[in-house]
Ligand binder design. Structure first.
Ligand SMILES: *Cc1c(COP(=O)(O)O)cnc(C)c1O
Length: 409
C-alpha cells in the first residue's frame, strides 16, 4: 500500500502528511487557517478590473491577485485542492457540497441536449436517479452498460456519445471494470471518461494514470473519515480542467472552508486508516468466505474484489494497489425477515448509510434498480462497512448475528 508517489518520489504517507499548504505561508502554523469569507478587497481599481470575470471562460481570468471572491476559493479550500492534485496527478480539483454533486457537476459540464451518455449499470443509485430524471429532462440520452463489458463498450458508442461514466468496483456488489481497456476505446473516439473512484481513494487506484479524464470522490467517505462532514471532490487532467472549472463557476456549487479543513485533516491520517480498514476487512471477508466454502447454511458468496473467489479479482489485482473497508456478502436462501434479524442483532455495527468513517455499519442492499446486469444472488445481500474497531470483536459480533438470522428462518 505504500506505493511511491511518482511526482514527489516520496511514500504516500509522507505525501499525505506534507501536501497541500505551506505552513510558512501563514506564520508557521502547521494547519491552514479556516478562512470564512465572501468579500476580498483589492488594493486599487486597476487590480479589481484586471481580475474581473465577464466571460464564460472564468478559467482564463487574470491571476494578478490570487483571491477575488469567496465562491472562487479560499486558502483553506486551495490547501485541500492542492493536496488532492498531488494525490491524483491532476491539473485541477474542484470542491463541491457533496459526493453526489461531485457526480452531477462534471456530467453537467460535458453533456448537452442531444448527447448520449454511457453509465455503468452498477452505479451508485443517486447517480442513476440524476441521470434518469435531470439528464433525461435536459435531452440527454442515457444508456446503461454491464460492468464486465470491457473494450466491447465500443459497440455501444454512437456519433453523439460524449461521456463514458464508470464506477469500479460497482456500488454494493463490487463488480470490477476494465478501466484501461474502456478508457482507451473511449479516447479513440474523443469521448470524455469519468470515474467515481470513491471506493478506492487515490491511494489504491489513480484513474488519471490509467488515462481517465475525470476522477470523482465523495470526500464524505475515507478522506473525511469520521462521519462528520459531507463534501465532494472532482479532479481533472489538463484537457478537461478548463471546462470543469468553468462549469463550477457557472453553477456556483463551491465547497466551503470549514468542510475543506475537516477533509484535509482527514487526509493526513487516511493512509494509516486505510491500512487498518483493509487489513480487518480482508480478515473478516476471508472468514466469511471460508464459512461459505465450508457449506454454512446461512453464509453465501462474499463480494469483495480482493478475494480470489471473486469474479473480478484479476482486474483488481492488475490495476489496484489495495482494497478499502466496504464489501457485501449473501445471506444464503434468507428471507427479508432473516436479514432484519441479522441487522437487529448486531451490536457494534450501526444501521446507517454512507461509509469510510471509523465506525462499522451495515445496510441491506437493494438491487431492483439494475437494468442490464440484474441477477439473482441466491439470498439477501448485506453490505458491511468495517470500521477501526478490533477485528476479534467485529467477528464475534457478526457470528452471533448470523445465529440470530439462522434462528429467524
Ligand atoms: C457516498 C457516495 C457518493 C455520494 O456522496 P455524498 O457525499 O453522500 O453525497 C457518491 N458516489 C459513491 C460511490 C458513494 O459511495
Amino acid at each position: 500500500m505504500a506505493k511511491k508517489d511518482t511526482a514527489g518520489g516520496r511514500g504516500i504517507n509522507t505525501q499525505l502528511a506534507h501536501s497541500g499548504n505551506d505552513p510558512h505561508e501563514f506564520h508557521g502554523w502547521v494547519n491552514p487557517p479556516v478562512v470564512h469569507g465572501s468579500t476580498v478587497l483589492f488594493p486599487d481599481a486597476a487590480t479589481m478590473k484586471a481580475t474581473q470575470v465577464r466571460s464564460a471562460d472564468a478559467h482564463s481570468r487574470s491571476r494578478v491577485q490570487r483571491y477575488t471572491y469567496g465562491t472562487y476559493g479560499t486558502p483553506t479550500t486551495d490547501a485541500l485542492c492542492e493536496a488532492v492534485n498531488a494525490l491524483e496527478g491532476s491539473a485541477g480539483t474542484i470542491l463541491v457540497p457533496s459526493g453526489l454533486a461531485a457526480v452531477t457537476v462534471p456530467l453537467l459540464a460535458f453533456l448537452s441536449a442531444g448527447d448520449h451518455v454511457l453509465i455503468v449499470d452498477t452505479v451508485y443509485f443517486p447517480t442513476r436517479r440524476f441521470a434518469d430524471t435531470m439528464l433525461t429532462r435536459l435531452g440527454v440520452e442515457v444508456e446503461y452498460y454491464a460492468p464486465d463489458i470491457g473494450e466491447a463498450v465500443s459497440a455501444l458508442f454512437r456519433d453523439n456519445t460524449k461521456v463514458l461514466f464508470m464506477e469500479t468496483p460497482g456500488s454494493n456488489t463490487f463488480e470490477m471494470q476494465d478501466v484501461p481497456a474502456m478508457t482507451a476505446a473511449a479516447k479513440a473516439r474523443g469521448i470524455v471518461t469519468m470515474i467515481d473512484n470513491t471506493w478506492a481513494t487515490p491511494l489504491f487506484f489513480k484513474p488519471l494514470d490509467h488515462g481517465v479524464d475525470i476522477s470523482i470522490h465523495a470526500a464524505t467517505k475515507y478522506p473525511g473519515g469520521h462521519s462528520d462532514v459531507i463534501m465532494g471532490m472532482v479532479s481533472a487532467g489538463e484537457a478537461t480542467w478548463p471546462q470543469l472549472y468553468n462549469t463550477q463557476v457557472a453553477l456556483g456549487t463551491c465547497g466551503n472552508s470549514d468542510d475543506a479543513f475537516l477533509v484535509l485533516r482527514g487526509l493526513r491520517t487516511m493512509g494509516i486508516r486505510l491500512e487498518r480498514h483493509q487489513k480487518t476487512t480482508l480478515a473478516i471477508a476471508r472468514w466469511l468466505e471460508t464459512r461459505w466454502q465450508d457449506g454454512d447454511t446461512i453464509v453465501g458468496p462474499v463480494l469483495h474484489p480482493a478475494l480470489e473467489s471473486f469474479p473480478g479479482h484479476d482486474i483488481w489485482k492488475r490495476d489496484f494497489c489495495g482494497a478499502s473497508g466496504i464489501f457485501s456478502f449473501v445471506l444464503k436462501d434468507a428471507t427479508e425477515a432473516q436479514a432484519h434479524a441479522f441487522m437487529d442483532a448486531l451490536e457494534l455495527f450501526g444501521l446507517g448509510y454512507s461509509w469510510g468513517g471509523y465506525e462499522s455499519l451495515v445496510t441491506h442492499v437493494y438491487l431492483k434498480d439494475r437494468t442490464v446486469s440484474a441477477r439473482d444472488y441466491g439470498g439477501q445481500i448485506m453490505r458491511l462497512q468495517i470500521g477501526l474497531e478490533d477485528e476479534d470483536d467485529l467477528r464475534a459480533d457478526i457470528a452471533q448475528a448470523l445465529e440470530a438470522a439462522r434462528a429467524a428462518g
